[in-house]
Design a protein around this ligand. Structure first.
Ligand SMILES: [Fe+2]
Length: 236
């Protein structure tokens, strides 16, 4: 299984504080059948220097390379990039893509999802050649204009990621049920930050999802496997 959303790199963002914490998160992943993980530390484009971020990320990845090898989990380097107006025209963000063309994009903090936002997301795909994976879509279900995201998922302009913890929480939103019943969810991620407070709960999340739709669950797991293969051959 591939975990496409994680904050396992030590001391890069509000995720793992140190390598010991990374080791605990990797052990949770291993126990839940994860064989590959994309590290997606937060990148805030308006408050950070891209070169500094990439250097910090590379150093942290080197620090945990041995831990990953020991746990048999293949590490890929990505980022969880916070949306800003005009991101679709920013050549720089290509450097945050993983597998040469995927980017985890979060929309938190937006007052409204309007045409400008959806145009930007489409521009990432069609102007910059980056496939945006929208992080934890469940969190935007109550945003004004949320429904404008749906055509993006239907057309494949963007891919939809839901956090595993959502499926085991008591928050039931009709919006996510609709995504699942229409099989518009491409990936499930742990979005783990800490082995205690925000741990890896992919196993429980997947079981809960399977009870809603076995078919959507199979698709999600297969998408993860396919992406893992793609990322591995990209890195060769
Ligand atoms: Fe995250």
């Amino acid at each position: 299984m591939l975990d496409i959303h994680s904050h396992i790199l030590p001391a890069v963002d509000d995720g793992a504080r140190n390598a010991e914490e990374t080791a605990r998160l990797l052990s949770q992943m291993k126990n839940q059948g994860v064989t590959a993980v994309v590290a997606t530390p937060h990148f805030y484009p308006l408050g950070s220097v891209l070169d500094d971020f990439l250097e910090l990320r590379a150093t942290a990845a080197k620090e945990i390379a041995e831990l990953c090898r020991e746990s048999g989990i293949t590490l890929f380097l990505g980022a969880e990039v916070l949306y800003y107006g005009g991101i679709g025209n920013s050549e720089d963000v290509k450097r945050l893509a993983f597998g040469g063309k995927y980017m985890l994009l979060e929309l938190l903090g937006l007052k409204k999802i309007d045409d400008k936002v959806t145009r930007d997301i489409s521009a990432l795909k069609y102007d910059l050649g980056i496939t945006p994976i929208i992080a934890h879509v469940e969190r935007y279900a109550r945003y004004s204009g949320y429904k404008k995201l749906l055509p993006l998922f239907e057309n494949g302009d963007a891919l939809c990621q839901i956090n595993a913890s959502f499926f085991t929480s008591k928050h039931e939103t009709r919006a996510v049920k609709k995504l699942v019943s229409r099989e518009l969810v491409s990936f499930i991620g742990s979005d783990c930050h800490s082995s205690v407070n925000r741990p890896v709960t992919l196993d429980k999340g997947i079981s809960a999802l399977r009870a809603i739709s076995a078919r959507q669950t199979r698709i999600i797991i297969q998408n993860g496997e396919n992406l893992k293969e793609e990322l591995m051959s990209f890195e060769k």
